[in-house]
Write a protein that binds this ligand. Structure first.
Ligand SMILES: Cc1cc2nc3c(=O)[nH]c(=O)nc-3n(C[C@H](O)[C@H](O)[C@H](O)COP(=O)(O)OP(=O)(O)OC[C@H]3O[C@@H](n4cnc5c(N)ncnc54)[C@H](O)[C@@H]3O)c2cc1C
Length: 403
């Protein structure tokens, strides 16, 4: 329900200008919501005198039942040419999981696509399970900005009423989801590692809690949609069906320049060793057992020989040896390379949750009781300062032989 404090309203028309649905009108100097108001909250957000208030009560089961469908925000990135936009890998991971959830609920999967007018690779979304695509294009949507995306996504969610809304827990997803949640007065479970549907057809959102020592299963019984973010690399991408098609529906919404309060002056891409570890196929990860930052040089050499990337545990991030962008684990990044070599890493649960999805895990540790060996496919009990140089030598020799 929207409450407008007539005494406080100055009739400034900011709400009228910024309503994505043209549902606010200033009549006789006071704002009034029209019948097509979706309660998306855009007016409340821009009202400088706080004259607009939206009250959201716990919904009845009958009202909750009106929310249908599993929605996913398709975060896009530019392809190599910069001429097309393509969904990030995490979107395909979410689609694979959404297929299972939507199948249990007997509902459809819709993907929200926000672009700036460049062609978007929507075929891949259909091939991975999207039943329909809801699209909105506007030059203000590139590059990403919190204000523009919150306005459009909140409007889409408020109008379309999905029962579940999933986003990737990427930096932008982590920025956007709580904003949309706050705008629509919804709960949000961040960084889920498991999603299930229970007997009451509710989404059970599971994530590590209390420092990763327990797994918490969270329900959203009184509001819809049930909103969750999922880290990249937690779910696998399923097989694509190139024969599948999904109709594209353009969403009627307006986005005014005044909504966007930030200006991107430039973008610098991280390159080389500081680049992202999310998509690396080989990772050599260092732990506190390496003793000092200087000793990381031998791990860089090993990573170079294998065409891989250096990463590490939180202990060495806190010691200042590597930046946080290279931290694997619960408070860092979840990775799923083909090969993960953990050197001098004990294997704390907060580290394991970030790398246990790797194809092959090799652990090198001088303590035979180190927990890392429990998740390792190959365990080498030994001193890293002997094992790693021997490994590098062996790899170089076998490369020479092969040449
Ligand atoms: C809320 C919370 C979030 C956290 N998030 C993360 C996270 O995202 N990522 C993360 O990594 N941690 C995280 N942690 C910290 C985590 O609990 C551990 O403290 C951390 O992972 C330990 O790092 P480490 O294994 O490098 O160091 P240590 O635990 O000190 O282990 C060093 C290991 O090196 C071995 N070693 C020593 N010398 C040698 C040698 N010469 N050769 C071979 N092996 C040797 C030792 O046997 C030991 O097993 C988090 C903790 C909390 C509370």
């Amino acid at each position: 329900m929207m409450i407008i404090a007539a005494k406080a309203c100055t009739g400034c028309k900011l709400c009228e200008k910024n309503c994505p649905f043209s549902a606010m009108l200033v009549v006789d100097g006071t704002a009034q919501a029209q019948d097509n108001c979706t309660l998306c909250g855009a007016c409340m957000n821009v009202c400088s005198v706080h004259a607009i208030h939206i009250e959201r009560m716990a919904a009845s089961p009958e009202e909750l039942a009106k929310f249908k469908g599993v929605f996913i925000w398709a975060e896009l990135e530019e392809d190599e040419t910069g001429e097309r936009l393509t969904p990030k890998k995490v979107v395909l991971e979410l689609l694979t999981e959404a297929k299972r959830l939507a199948g249990t609920l007997g509902e459809e999967i819709k993907v929200l696509v926000l672009g700036d007018g460049r062609p978007v690779d929507t075929g891949i979304l259909a091939a991975h399970g999207a039943d329909a695509i809801v699209r909105f294009e506007n030059k203000l949507l590139w590059p990403y900005s919190t204000d523009a995306y919150t306005t459009v996504i909140s409007a889409m969610v408020a109008a379309k009423k999905p029962s579940i809304f999933l986003l990737g827990a990427t930096p932008n997803g982590r920025d956007l989801a709580p904003r949309v949640g706050a705008r629509l007065k919804l709960g949000l479970t961040a960084d889920c590692t498991m999603l299930e549907i229970n007997d009451e057809k509710q989404l059970v959102q599971t994530r590590p809690a209390f420092g990763g020592n327990i797994m918490a299963s969270i329900l959203t019984p009184f509001s819809r949609p049930q909103m969750a973010t999922v880290r990249p690399n937690v779910f696998k991408v399923g097989a694509a069906d190139p024969a599948r098609r999904a109709p594209v529906e353009d969403f009627p919404v307006s986005l005014q320049r005044g909504v966007v309060r930030t200006k991107i002056l430039g973008i610098e891409k991280l390159t080389g060793r500081g680049g992202g570890i999310e998509n690396a196929s080989v990772i050599v990860a260092a732990g506190h057992g390496l003793k000092s930052a200087e000793n990381l040089a031998m791990l860089r050499e090993l990573a170079d020989e294998l065409g891989g990337t250096l990463a590490g545990s939180r202990a060495i991030v806190e010691a200042g040896w590597i930046p946080h962008t290279l931290q694997v684990g619960q408070s860092g990044i979840t990775v799923s390379p083909d090969l993960y070599i953990a050197v001098g890493i004990s294997g704390a649960v907060q580290h394991i949750v970030g790398m246990s999805g790797a194809g092959t895990i090799i652990a090198i540790n001088n303590d035979p009781e180190a927990p890392i060996f429990k998740v390792a496919d190959v365990g080498i009990v030994g001193d890293a300062f002997e094992v790693v140089p021997a490994l590098i030598k062996e790899i170089r020799q076998s490369k020479k032989k092969a040449a």
